[in-house]
Design a protein around this ligand. Sequence first.
Ligand SMILES: [Zn+2]
Length: 169
Amino acid sequence: MNQNKHSELNETDLKFLKRCLELAQEAFEAGDEPFGSILVSGNGRILAEERNRVNEINILYHPEIELAKWAVENLNAEERKNAVMYTSGEHCPMCAAAHGWAGIGGLVYLSSAKQLFEWRSEVNSTDTPIRFYPVEEIISNINLKGPANGELLNKIKELQLKSAERKNK
Ligand SMILES: [Zn+2]
């Protein structure tokens, strides 16, 4: 995947991604998968937060599709266009499609789906019922940033590996 065309993450992005990481940690501790996402308005206010609840609610309960639904129900088209979704892991195709249909203008992810696949390969945990594609192959017009690097990326990797190992048991 060509990461160079993505713009650089700034301090504000890192602050919001840190919140996503906290939600991912919370999900993991609750027995769900470690994914967390937030929706931020055009003027930088957190509008909604969600985390993975695939054990708690059902297998389709990914935070990104839930936030896309929230946006459709609570924001007008202009507000959705100005909003940015921050997420601990790049969307799966289901969530990418929901994000695209909802017309949410921006997306910032902490780790890419490709990175997640590579991490899971390290612990032989790569079975998924669907194929993954970079979000820009699914969403036509998206203002995209990610992945991050350094400390935040290491932390989500560590959490994803713990989760994969838990599932392998
Ligand atoms: Zn998803």
